[in-house]
Design a protein around this ligand. Structure first.
Ligand code: DGL
Length: 274
């Protein structure tokens, strides 16, 4: 290996991981990455100006994914994490064909849920756009493992989480209206198929009770990211704690407050230039 290659390898290991979502939901994934890969440098982008992706067209989602990916590539990222189920099922294939760094996505954890369900009845909460997506439908068909899978779109829920209204009465009413049909079907396992939903997990548990197992995706995605970085020889080799940067396309007092609340510390939120 000549010195130029060594230098470029060194800078790749040191480069940041770009993580993005339609809003603050992907922080549920970023938090897990920061905890489990503490020496990695992270940049998080919330496209809160354009949230919810779940109620937008496929073309719109693809256009936003490409715009944000370009912004992140300009900031020297070594890998991209689409911390959004809706953007993953609608836009990951085309993004992978456009960039030459690893792109990791988030997909609803149907396979582990079907395996862990005892009565073979699984509920899955997703956005409208995910529920209609053919790739998502194929995922359900290929991994249900004999379980009945009940798909429940949840329009309006992402907006409430983006507005920090998780504990409001109308959020509980909305959650009830989405969970009730799944409870009637007798599910024993529930998949959170949108990265915003872990931020209402407590409220969901309070409605469905302890007997229903709730499955999230942050840990498997982090494991997948870690394996990918190691395989590509670009995992951080630093022994220092990684730095984190946070950007949003919709700046405002409320955004800053939500970020601080969900990251559980005061962070410096910056505007992402359009
Ligand atoms: N957090 C996103 C997901 O995982 C999307 C939400 C939205 O913008 O509708 O699907």
């Amino acid at each position: 290996m000549n010195s130029a290659t060594q230098f470029s390898q060194y800078s790749k290991n040191d480069a940041k991981i770009g993580i993005f979502d339609s809003g603050i939901g992907g922080l549920s994934i970023a938090k897990c990455i920061a905890e489990q890969l503490p020496n990695e440098n992270l940049i998080y982008v919330a496209d809160s100006l354009h949230t919810p992706y779940g109620e937008k067209s496929v073309d719109f989602i693809i256009e936003r994914v490409n715009t944000i990916a370009e912004q992140l590539l300009r900031r020297d990222v070594k890998a991209l994490v689409i911390a959004c189920n809706t953007a993953t099922v609608n836009a990951i294939t085309q993004l992978r064909s456009r960039v030459d760094i690893p792109v990791i996505g988030v997909e609803p954890a149907i396979k582990p849920a079907a395996l862990s369900s005892k009565n073979k009845k699984v509920g899955i909460l997703v956005t409208l756009a995910t529920s209609k997506n053919p790739h998502f439908r194929a995922l359900v068909n290929n991994h249900h493992n004999g379980a009945e899978v009940f798909i429940q779109p949840c329009p309006g829920l992402v907006e409430m989480i983006e507005q920090g209204q998780q504990n409001a009465h109308h959020c509980r009413v909305l959650l009830n209206s989405y969970l009730e049909p799944l409870l009637i079907k007798g599910i024993d396992t529930l998949v959170l198929g949108c990265t915003h939903y872990p931020f209402v997990k407590q409220q969901i548990s309070a409605i469905v009770g302890d007997a229903i197992k709730i499955i999230e995706t942050a840990e498997p995605v982090t494991l997948q990211l870690s394996k990918t970085l190691i395989k590509a020889n670009i995992a951080s080799v630093s022994t220092r704690l990684g730095q984190q940067q946070f950007f949003s396309t919709a700046m405002g007092k409320n955004q800053q407050k939500l970020f601080n609340q969900l990251w559980q510390t005061e962070i410096n939120l910056q505007a992402l230039p359009q």
